[in-house]
Design a protein around this ligand. Structure first.
Ligand code: SAH
Ligand code: SF4
Ligand code: F3S
Length: 486
């Protein structure tokens, strides 16, 4: 909660303020009145649920949406609740990066029909990346008329105002913006973990990789002011956060378009100075913009985790060119070698797409070659998904499904084999671990994360959650360790 919130007092009959975020705080207060009224009418608390389908930025947005709902008086159900959709307000924060994300949303939205029949005052909202696609909104208008509210990525901060409108209307409220250059700071947020937090440093993407929908649904790159980021991190640290994850589609180009340009490496140096902050992570790094300055800053840092997520997408220089990635196989390999020279213990992870239009067996073998050479700790592997409106979707040489599946399985096998080898290299070492949770499958154990992002399970009591401890890694079991605290 930003501290100034308590100070803003409204007479609710006043006209809403024009400035932001004051205007949204006004509508939060209006929603709270409505919720109170409904609770009296129903004789029970109102339950709210925000379900996210996408990446870490999507999850971060959900924290903001949850924060707003909590302030509006809803009792929040989390994703672990037995049925998070048994609520008076269900908000789906959608993703459209691959088709299966869309399919899941339609499936779950369809199943809400019967719930709304039982609970007629139920509000159903949809927001996020998928809503920025006009054909999606058309489909929802036509086939999912039980939806109460639709908004997109650019006007997320207007959620209180839109929610209040939906509370007072029987019609479907739709407000989609095509773009924005606005960044609204200081709205409430409800964090999932008390000891770690994501922090947006930039929004949008300018890269237009030819397969990717993100630049169309998230708009042009906009960096937050370094002062705003530092202020947020200091507040987080004060409230007990030890680890932050800086979020952006391409963090390596952070700050380039600010009035007073600043590099990502410089931002990291400034954050390093914050007392009480123990760990800094970031994602995602585009290989084309990863600078020597960043490598040098990472190598000498005490807080930046020794982990780089460096999406490869394909190992074939020909396909990389078609993807508009602006590096080739050789450049990528040189970069990973340079990183390893500066930080021999670093963990590298990646994203790979199989079956990009026109991918041949030879191209695919180049991808396997890079996986062999780099030795990733983990790789997220994806089957190419045709996204309407992207250049690659219009290409005629789409690869047949059976060939893609066969390649995908081969890649997965190699990734797992190499991942096991890479992960096990820490056996016997002592690592600093941030304890994240009580282990649910083994009694008396807790689970912590190392700087390199690997997990370790070890005997420990629940009070350790949220603290940094030293653990000896005794045994590697594939992608995690069993250890003991020292
Ligand atoms: N900005 C990040 C990636 C964001 S999307 C970057 O450039 O690295 C996360 C991952 O989804 C991408 O790295 C890519 O591997 C995958 N992806 C994006 N579009 C895809 C598509 N159309 N089909 C399959 N995978 C896709
Ligand atoms: Fe998509 Fe490429 Fe931007 Fe990543 S860098 S979000 S893959 S367009
Ligand atoms: Fe993230 Fe999916 Fe949007 S990956 S940026 S939520 S399309």
């Amino acid at each position: 909660m930003p501290s100034h919130y308590q100070e803003i007092k409204f007479t609710l009959s006043d006209n809403p303020p024009e400035g932001e975020p004051e205007r949204q705080y006004y509508f939060i207060a209006k929603c709270r009145e409505w919720v109170k009224h409904k609770e009296e009418e129903l004789g029970r608390p109102l339950l709210g649920s925000v379900i996210n389908f996408g990446c870490q930025m999507n999850a971060k947005d959900s924290e903001k949406l949850r924060g707003i709902l909590r302030e509006a008086g809803y009792q929040l159900l989390d994703d672990q609740s037995p049925d998070p959709e048994d609520a008076d307000l269900v908000l789906y924060n959608t993703c459209t990066v691959r088709e299966n994300a869309n399919v899941r949303v339609y499936g779950r939205l369809g199943s809400l029909v019967s719930k709304k029949k039982k609970n007629p005052h139920m509000l159903i909202g949809l927001c996020g990346c998928m809503m920025q696609e006009p054909h999606v909104v058309e489909k929802i208008k036509k086939s999912y008329s039980h939806t109460s509210l639709i908004f997109g990525t650019y006007n997320l901060y207007k959620f209180p105002e839109l929610l209040y409108t939906a509370m007072n209307s029987d019609r479907m409220i739709i407000d989609i913006w095509k773009n924005t250059d606005q960044i609204v700071e200081d709205l409430p947020a409800e964090r999932k973990y008390s000891f770690k937090s994501g922090v947006n440093i930039m929004f949008g993407c300018n890269n237009f990789c030819s397969y990717c929908i993100v630049p169309y649904v998230r708009g042009r790159e906009r960096s937050r002011q370094p002062e705003a980021i530092i202020k947020e991190v200091k507040e987080l640290v004060q409230s007990g956060v030890k680890e932050i994850m800086l979020l952006g589609q391409n963090v390596n180009s952070y700050g380039k378009n600010l009035e007073q340009p600043i590099t990502f490496a410089r931002l990291l140096e400034m954050l390093e100075e914050i007392e009480g902050l123990e760990r800094i992570r970031f994602m995602t790094s585009h290989p084309k913009d990863l600078s020597d300055e960043l490598i040098a800053v990472m190598a000498k840092s005490k807080k930046i985790c020794r982990h780089l997520h460096l999406p490869l997408q394909s190992g074939s220089s020909r396909i990389l060119k078609e993807m508009n990635r602006r590096y080739n196989k050789e450049k990528y390999l040189e970069l990973t070698e340079k990183i390893r020279r500066a930080m021999p213990d670093i963990s590298l992870t990646t994203d790979i797409i199989v079956g990009f239009p026109g991918e041949t067996e030879e191209d695919f073998l180049e991808t396997l070659d890079v996986v062999n050479k780099v030795g990733y700790d983990t790789a997220f592997t994806f089957i190419y998904s045709r996204r309407t409106g992207t250049p690659a979707a219009a290409q005629e040489n789409q690869v047949p499904e059976d060939i893609v599946k066969e390649r995908f399985n081969r890649l997965l096998k190699l990734v797992q084999e190499k991942g096991r080898q890479a992960s096990s290299r820490f056996t016997g070492t002592i690592q600093e671990v941030l304890v994240e949770e009580v282990n649910h499958s083994q009694e008396g154990y807790v689970t912590g994360r190392m700087g390199n992002n690997l997990l370790v399970h070890f005997p420990g009591c629940p009070t350790l959650v949220g603290t940094l401890v030293k653990v000896r890694l005794q045994e590697c079991r594939g992608f995690y360790y069993i250890g003991e605290m020292i």
